[in-house]
Design a protein around this ligand. Structure first.
Ligand code: CP
Ligand code: NVA
Length: 328
């Protein structure tokens, strides 16, 4: 099945071969951009970028990727568009589908991006929902390939709240690509059973494994990739900070954790990261709970910063591949 005209809502909808197609295209587009070669193959097309949550990487990636390919963009945020307040998702999709050749959506429920896709008649790309963050997965997989080679057989350990977009998406990506996924957290932070079952079906085909481990040091033994994300995600209430800090601190990525993984293990983080107190929230939590960092120590973050910022750069090359492959 061709990728043309397809929506990009979750990696569950794609085969391993199709995911490799996106990754190969991203690699090619990255090399071309480094050489200053741009195929303005989509000159005259336009895409809409809907952001109901804040963003640095995803928004910039879509805008630069589009610009590099000759595509026009319109940024719509929840405060300044009619979507939701005065106009239904379905009607918004039908309007935008008449004007634009593709639509990116970042926001809350996966049901919203699915509703947009149902009515738009043009490809819809998920730029992050509460449940999934599929464009981030392509950047992560590209970065792993660049630093460690083959994806198959690699062990990725996700430390922290594995029930949310990042934990869910990494479990799906690993299951599809034949990797060994481990979520390290207290039990209540493990992904939902239904999704685990679905991923175990993908794993049967690919040779992947999916396991859950409450002991952080047991989890990271033999790991090739240690991954973490913020403990409280966008859209979650401030009241959960205290509980998250208390329950997830044992899963903070420290040098001891990194030293317990494989010798050439890498550290990845989707970013933004609370590795110091140089942010408003970091400072506030630092003062309230006497912390100097949260999900990762500054020492680990700085040691692996080349990999982490490769990962951030790769958001753009992989998002460009998604647009290029799916745009009609
Ligand atoms: N990783 C990521 O999605 O970053 P932004 O929130 O800055 O887009
Ligand atoms: N889990 C985070 C990911 C940010 C890229 C969030 O949803 O805020």
């Amino acid at each position: 099945m061709s990728l043309k005209g397809r929506n990009f809502l979750t990696l569950k909808d794609f085969t391993k071969e199709e995911i490799y197609e996106f990754l190969e295209l991203a690699k090619e587009l990255k090399e071309k951009k480094k050489q200053g070669i741009f195929d303005r193959m989509y000159q005259g097309k336009n895409i809409a970028l809907i952001f109901e949550k804040t963003s640095t990487r995803t928004r910039c990636s879509f805008e630069i990727a589009a610009h590099d390919m000759g595509i026009g963009t319109t940024y719509l945020d929840s405060k300044l568009s009619q979507m939701g307040k005065k106009e239904s998702i379905a009607d918004t999709a039908r309007v935008l589908g008449r004007m634009y050749d593709g639509i990116e959506y970042r926001g809350f429920g996966q049901d919203v991006v699915e509703e947009l896709a149902k009515y738009a008649g043009v490809p819809v790309w998920n730029g992050l929902t509460n449940e999934y963050h599929p464009t981030q997965m392509l950047a992560d997989m590209l970065t792993i390939r660049e630093h460690l080679g083959d994806l198959e057989g690699k062990k990725l350990v996700y430390m922290g709240d594995a029930r949310y977009n990042m934990g869910n998406s990494l479990m799906i990506a690993c299951a599809k690509m034949g990797m060994h996924f481990v979520a390290a957290a207290p039990k209540k932070y493990f992904p939902e059973d239904e999704l685990v079952k679905e991923c175990r079906r993908f794993a049967m085909e690919s040779g992947a494994t999916i396991t859950f481990e409450e002991d952080p040091f047991r989890a990271v033994a033999g790991a090739d990739i240690i991954y973490t994300d913020v403990w409280v995600s966008m859209g979650e209430p401030d009241e959960v900070w205290e509980e998250r800090i208390r329950e997830l601190t044992p899963y903070k990525v420290t040098m001891d954790i990194m030293n317990s993984a494989n010798e050439n293990a890498i550290f990845l983080h989707c970013l933004p990261a609370f590795h110091d107190l140089k942010t408003e929230i970091g400072k506030e939590m630092g003062e309230r709970f006497s912390l100097t960092e949260m999900e990762v120590t500054d020492e680990v973050f700085q040691k692996y910063s080349d990999v982490v910022f490769d990962e951030a750069e790769n958001r753009m090359h992989t998002i460009k591949a998604v647009i290029a492959a799916t745009l009609g």
